[in-house]
Design a protein around this ligand. Structure first.
Ligand code: NAG
Ligand code: NAG
Ligand code: NAG
Ligand code: NAG
Ligand code: NAG
Ligand code: ZN
Length: 424
């Protein structure tokens, strides 16, 4: 009787016990291979909620957001690409200043807190794991941030930017967005212009990772053909599972495979289930599908926390990543596959991007400039030599030339008058 009861209790406990062990397995695996996440918009929320005043908050525990140091540590997030995103409305206005301010806030955050560390190379990223730091990588989200200027791109690299998404929801004068929200710079058959190719080449030369999340498929295809280095989709999911325009179709995954790039799955409900709600099974379906199409060696995770609005049940903030790994373990993913997905794939891509940079070290900085007719707008000053006579600079030389004879005639009249007066 007692034995029967014991057996009954054991049989009831069994699923529970095995459940715990899967959970422990996920945590153990993530302790060994902590996550490098491809996309997080905390800096945008710092701007919106706190006007970038870091002194007003404690980053260990931030309310109204899904990301802070406590939860990053609980979720085994060892490295985070922080987006320095500025609204498309700033295109042709103050996008460059706003981007600088977002870089400043990420750099402050990652130097003023001991738990963070700003990294700019694959080697520094690896070292930061041994130092038990959360590595910060800076990535620009949208080519409008460089205002069609390769020198601006190079200066952003100097400030620590190691990745740039070529577009956000707006087209740039040189690349096309997946979104049709803004109709400026609408493309017809030229999804990557001559200048767009120069941007990709310069990013290859600098060792900056090209990010194709948010570009149109045509632009992505053109870049995949043109780039010498592997590219990433830092936060996009599978179009076969949810046919959102932000997701990647299978034919493009095949191109990505040829390029040895990386797709980091976005967790936003609308991209996962094409609905406003989703759960972990829906997310795992994206992983299963992409693995079936191109293998686990090209997969990663780019949560998109703080950038998107709604997240799947069980994945509501950055502390919940182990639940996703647990689900994939339950779907018989190997620990080797998951170690790749969690961090080794990203490190491989970053190292290959650096290798391409090293191979191009003889190449001079590009002096390609965008044709002025492609960027005509009132905020773009066209430099002219200063006027020696101190006239307002908006007066054209021809209008000044027109004035000169009149001036001379007046002068002659005055002299004549003086003479006449003296003669009297
Ligand atoms: C975070 O702060 C809130 C109040 O703002 C507090 O209720 C909560 O316990 C804190 N959490 C941690 C982990 O310190
Ligand atoms: C692009 O379209 C323009 C105008 O429709 C056309 O003149 C040009 O030949 C096209 N270029 C290509 C590469 O198809
Ligand atoms: C996406 O798929 C749904 C059905 O699953 C279909 O109704 C819809 O038209 C599709 N949208 C696009 C843009 O293909
Ligand atoms: C997720 O939702 C689907 C229905 O859309 C359901 O079949 C599935 O069991 C759910 N998975 C979990 C883990 O809740
Ligand atoms: C995982 O593997 C086990 C044992 O081989 C099998 O019984 C189970 O059906 C598999 N699960 C999935 C989701 O493939
Ligand atoms: Zn985004």
């Amino acid at each position: 009787m007692t034995i029967m009861r014991l057996l009954l209790v054991l049989s009831l406990l069994c699923p529970l016990v095995s459940g715990y062990s899967e959970r422990d397995r996920a945590h153990d695996l993530m302790s060994k291979y902590p996550l490098i996440d491809g996309h997080n918009d905390l800096a945008l929320q710092l701007r919106i909620l706190h006007n970038n005043r870091l002194s007003q908050i404690d980053l260990h525990n931030v309310s109204k957001v899904a990301t802070d140091i406590t939860r990053l540590q609980a979720g085994h997030v060892q490295a985070q690409m922080f987006a320095v995103y500025v609204m498309c409305g700033a295109q042709e206005k103050d996008a460059v200043r706003l981007t600088l301010e977002q870089i400043d806030v990420v750099r402050r955050m990652c130097t003023e807190y001991q738990d963070f560390e700003l990294v700019t190379s694959a080697q520094e990223l690896k070292t930061s794991q041994m130092r038990h730091k959360i590595a910060c990588l800076i990535s620009i989200e949208g080519g409008h941030s460089i205002d069609s200027s390769l020198p601006a791109l190079r200066m952003f690299y100097q400030l620590g930017v190691r990745s740039m998404a070529l577009t956000h929801t707006c087209n740039t004068p040189w690349a096309e967005s997946s979104s049709k929200v803004y109709n400026v710079y609408q493309r017809h058959n030229n999804s990557l212009t001559h200048f767009g190719k120069a941007v990709v080449e310069e990013m290859n030369r600098l060792g900056m990772i090209v990010d194709l999340s948010h570009t149109s498929w045509d632009t992505a295809g053109a870049v995949l053909k043109h780039s010498k280095a592997p590219i990433i989709f830092s936060h996009s999911s599978s179009h076969s599972i949810c046919n959102h325009s932000r997701n990647v179709p299978d034919w493009l995954l095949q191109e990505l495979k040829k390029n040895r790039g990386l797709i980091m799955v976005n967790l936003h409900n609308n991209f996962i289930s094409c609905r406003d709600d989703a759960n972990i099974s829906h997310v795992a379906d994206h992983f299963d599908h992409i693995k079936n199409v191109i293998g686990a060696e090209l997969l990663g995770i780019g949560g998109d926390f703080e950038g998107a609005i709604s997240f799947p049940q069980g994945l509501e903030d950055v502390s919940k990543y182990p639940a996703l790994i647990q689900e994939l373990l339950q779907r018989n993913w190997t620990e080797n596959d998951l170690a790749d997905v969690l961090r080794r794939n990203f490190l491989r891509v970053f190292e290959e991007v650096e290798m391409v940079r090293d191979n191009l070290r003889e190449k001079m900085p590009s002096e390609v400039q965008i044709p002025i007719k492609e960027v005509q707008n009132p905020c773009r000053l066209v430099l002219r030599p200063p006027d020696r006579r101190g006239l307002p600079s908006d007066q054209t030389p021809s209008s000044r030339a027109d004035q000169r004879p009149t001036d001379l005639i007046i002068l002659a009249l005055v002299l004549l008058l003086q003479r006449l007066l003296k003669m009297e």
